[in-house]
Design a protein around this ligand. Structure first.
Ligand code: PLP
Length: 424
């Protein structure tokens, strides 16, 4: 690690350890280091750069706004930038999908939006417990961390994490147990020990938890339980939303209508901090300022977000292109894993949240290191960092997608052969 970062930046840094160069600029699907070496970016700001780095249309909208002294910081004041964002969200996203939400602007990180959603559910129902799922990741502030499964994050809390019950996610028990039946049983049995929850909170595809994807049937069954028992349904779409599943919201295909939805990461479209909690109007019981935050009015993010909605989501063109690339990605990942033992490596995930589950974190880490040495930035996820995760920009060209997947393929072949040779 370069000395200034080693000397005075906290040891908490993580991605920087995996990619130990100094990055200088970025465009589209590429990052460039100080020496002008190019890296294909299959990490994309951990899902924040769905439209790539510095998209020219978003950039010029932002530059024009700044040039005209547009408001930068606006608390929760009404501004022209916020107006345009809300109008586009309503016209281009909510209305065509027959969704009715009010928008809460929270502090600008994902965890803020999750904290708000959890608070609303508790205040509306008067219950404290929230059901979250194994391998779920919802952030690292106290409330959202209580809903996060990973002990690496939880252990840092320093105090007990309370108010959340973790139940097995879709497929967690393999074919041995239908986890949605268990959820129902625990909720309906007054002697199960599960306090009746205010909400069930889930990711439809678990990003940090290792690309576990719930089926549409599972999601619909969870929604049904929530409706029957007067429990709110929260979909945390911070990573899987904004197109990454192949549609704007990751739950669209299932037809469910969550009571609360959290969005952040790619919402600004430009990597600018921005988060919202979408609330069914009947649950918008906030008193003015009850949940606040100084940075709820990042107007630069509103400008790029409004432009991104207009440019990418006004019609079905972008979505259709993304879905075609997803089919290609699925096929290529299947091809890469083909010929290897399924216990060693297998494809996993849904949409543009797919990857390769490896036998262990060591193998997955070695694959990512080889890939980085050959110009591809790609990271792992999962309880033991055992899943190599392709999180490339949705705007990536087919050529670049193939280029990155070729590097990944070589990394897999090289690493597995080396590891098998060492074992024999
Ligand atoms: N929820 C999900 C599904 C996430 O993937 C993340 C971050 O990876 C968060 C919440 C937390 O977002 P942030 O890191 O911006 O607080």
């Amino acid at each position: 690690m370069t000395s200034i970062f080693k000397n005075i930046e906290s040891a908490v840094q993580s991605y920087a350890r995996a990619f130990p160069v100094i990055f200088k600029r970025a465009q589209g699907s590429y990052l460039y280091d100080e020496k002008e070496n190019a890296y294909l970016d299959f990490l994309a700001g951990a899902g924040t750069l769905n439209y790539g780095h510095n998209h020219p249309v978003l950039k010029s909208a932002l530059l024009e706004y700044i040039e005209k002294d547009g408001i930068t910081h606006g608390l929760d004041l009404h501004t022209t930038a916020k107006k345009a964002f809300l109008e586009n969200l309503n016209e281009l996203i909510f209305k065509p999908r027959n969704l009715h939400y009010v928008v809460q602007f929270t502090g600008p990180t994902g965890t803020n939006a999750v904290e708000a959603a959890m608070k609303i559910a508790r205040n509306v129902t008067g219950r404290h417990n929230i059901v979250a799922f194994t391998n779920g990741f919802h952030g690292v502030t106290m409330g959202s961390m209580a809903a996060t499964g990973n002990s690496h994050h939880r252990d840092a809390a320093g105090i007990p994490l309370i108010g959340v019950s973790h139940l097995p996610y879709a497929g967690y028990m393999g074919d041995k147990l239908d986890t949605v039946t268990l959820l129902r049983q625990l909720i309906e049995d007054s002697s199960s020990g599960l306090d009746k929850p205010a909400a069930v909170m889930l990711e439809t595809i678990q990003g940090e938890g290792g690309l576990n994807a719930a089926s549409n049937e599972w999601l619909r069954a969870v929604e049904k339980i929530c409706r029957e028992h007067d429990i709110l349904l929260i979909v945390d779409d911070i990573q899987a939303g904004c197109g990454r599943s192949g549609r704007f919201f990751s739950f669209e295909e299932s037809g469910i209508k969550p009571d609360l939805v959290t969005l952040s990461k790619s919402l600004s479209g430009y990597g600018l901090p921005f988060a919202v909690t979408l609330i069914k109007p009947e649950y918008d019981t906030w008193k003015p300022g009850e949940h606040n935050g100084t940075f709820r009015g990042n107007n630069h993010a509103f400008v790029t977000a409004a432009k991104a909605l207009e440019y990418f989501w006004s019609d079905a063109t972008f979505q259709t292109e993304v879905q075609a690339k997803i089919v290609h990605l699925t096929q290529r990942l299947q091809g890469i894993a083909k010929g290897f033992d399924k216990n060693l490596i297998k494809p996993k995930g849904r949409g543009f949240m797919q990857g390769l589950e490896c036998r262990d974190g060591e193998l997955a880490g070695a694959i990512c290191r080889y890939a980085f040495d050959h110009g591809l930035i790609i990271e792992t996820s999962g309880a033991d960092s055992q899943v190599v995760k392709c999180l490339c920009p949705l705007t990536i060209s087919l050529d670049d997608l193939n280029k990155g997947l070729d590097i990944l393929q070589n990394a897999v072949t090289h690493t597995l052969k080396t590891s098998l040779r060492a074992a024999s």
